[in-house]
Design a protein around this ligand. Structure first.
Ligand code: GUN
Length: 296
C-alpha cells in the first residue's frame, strides 16, 4: 500500500518553482506575486489562505492578503478586483470561497481578469480547459493531476469514478481525466447527490481510481472499494472533538483505515490533496507571471 503523501509531492513541485524564482531574482527581476482576498472570518478559509500565503513565501513568491469583513458590499469587492486586474505587479488573484450569502459568487469570479485567474474558475478558462486548450487548470483538480504524475499512477484506459460534481472539484476533475493528456485518457463516471446511493456504491466498487469530493466525513467505507484501487480523498471537514487541542479534527471523505486495508494507494487527510491544491495554485501563479498562454 502506497501512501500518496502530499508533503512529498508538493515539496517536489515547490522545489522546482523555487529554482525558477531564484533564477528570476538573480536576474534582478520582480518575482511572481499572488493577491488573496479573504472575506469574513470563517476558520477554515483563514487556515487555507494563511497556508497559501506561507507557501508563496517558501517558494520565493510575493503575496498580499487583502481582508474584508462580512459586511463588505459586492461593489467594494468588485472595485478591489478591478484595481488588482490592472496592477502590473500582481500576477494572480484569488478570492477565497465561500463568500457571504449577499455576494454573488458568479459576478466576483467573472470580474477577475482571465489572465490573472490562478484558481481557474473564470468561465473563459473553464471553456479553454474543456476544449483542451492551454489554460489555468482549477487548483484542486490540477493538484490531483500533479499528485498522480508524481507517483506515476497511470490513468489511460482506467475507470475513474468521481463522486461529487462541484464546479471547483468534481466536474473539472472528470473533464480533465477523460481528456487527451498524460494524466488523462480515462473513462469516467460521475456520481452525485441525485445518484441512488446503491448505484454510487456499485460504481465505487468498480473504480480503478476513486476520487471523492462530497464533504461528508468517511462517506466511503471499505466495502465500497475495489481491491487494489487508487483512492483520492478531496474531503476536508472539521469535526468537533472536545479531546482535540483545537476542539476539532480534520476528516476526509474516506474511512482511511478501511481504505488502506483494500486499496493500492490512498491520499491521507490532512497531508494529501489539500497540499496539492496549493501546489496547483503556485504553478498557476508562475504561469500567470510568465504570461505564457495569452498573447502578452
Ligand atoms: N474554497 C475551497 N476550495 C477553494 C479553492 O480552491 N479556491 C478558492 N478560492 N476557494 C476555495
Amino acid at each position: 500500500m502506497l501512501v500518496l503523501d502530499g508533503k512529498i509531492a508538493s515539496a517536489a513541485v515547490k522545489a522546482s518553482l523555487l529554482q525558477k524564482t531564484q533564477a528570476i531574482k538573480a536576474a534582478g527581476k520582480r518575482t511572481p506575486h499572488l493577491a488573496a482576498i479573504l472575506v469574513g472570518n470563517n476558520g477554515a478559509s483563514e487556515t487555507y489562505v494563511a497556508s497559501k500565503v506561507k507557501n508563496c513565501e517558501e517558494t520565493g513568491f510575493g503575496s498580499s492578503l487583502i481582508r474584508f469583513d462580512d459586511h463588505v458590499t459586492e461593489a467594494e469587492l468588485l472595485a478591489k478586483i478591478s484595481e488588482l486586474n490592472v496592477d502590473p505587479t500582481i500576477d494572480g488573484i484569488l478570492v477565497q470561497l465561500p463568500l457571504p450569502k449577499h455576494i454573488d459568487d458568479e459576478k466576483i469570479i467573472e470580474a477577475i481578469h482571465p489572465d490573472k485567474d490562478v484558481d481557474g474558475f473564470h468561465p473563459m478558462n473553464i471553456g479553454r480547459m474543456v476544449q483542451g486548450f492551454d489554460t489555468f487548470t482549477p487548483a484542486t483538480p490540477y493538484g490531483v493531476l500533479l499528485m498522480l504524475e508524481h507517483f506515476n499512477i497511470q490513468t489511460k484506459g482506467k475507470h475513474v469514478v468521481v463522486i461529487g460534481r462541484s464546479n471547483i472539484v468534481g466536474r473539472p476533475m472528470s473533464i480533465l481525466l477523460s481528456g487527451e493528456r498524460p494524466q488523462g485518457n480515462a473513462y469516467v463516471t460521475i456520481c452525485h447527490r441525485h445518484t441512488p446511493i446503491e448505484e454510487t456504491k456499485k460504481m465505487a466498487q468498480q473504480a480503478d481510481i476513486l476520487i471523492v469530493a462530497v464533504g461528508i466525513p468517511e462517506f466511503i467505507t471499505g466495502d465500497m472499494i475495489k481491491p487494489g484501487a487508487v483512492i483520492i480523498d478531496v474531503g476536508i471537514t472539521r469535526v468537533e472533538d472536545a479531546t482535540a487541542k483545537k476542539g476539532f479534527r480534520i476528516k476526509g471523505d474516506v474511512n482511511y483505515e478501511q481504505a488502506i486495508a483494500k486499496a493500492s494507494a490512498v491520499t491521507p487527510v490532512p497531508g494529501g490533496v489539500g497540499l496539492m491544491t496549493i501546489a496547483g495554485l503556485l504553478m498557476n501563479t508562475m504561469k500567470a507571471y510568465e504570461g505564457k498562454f495569452y498573447h502578452n
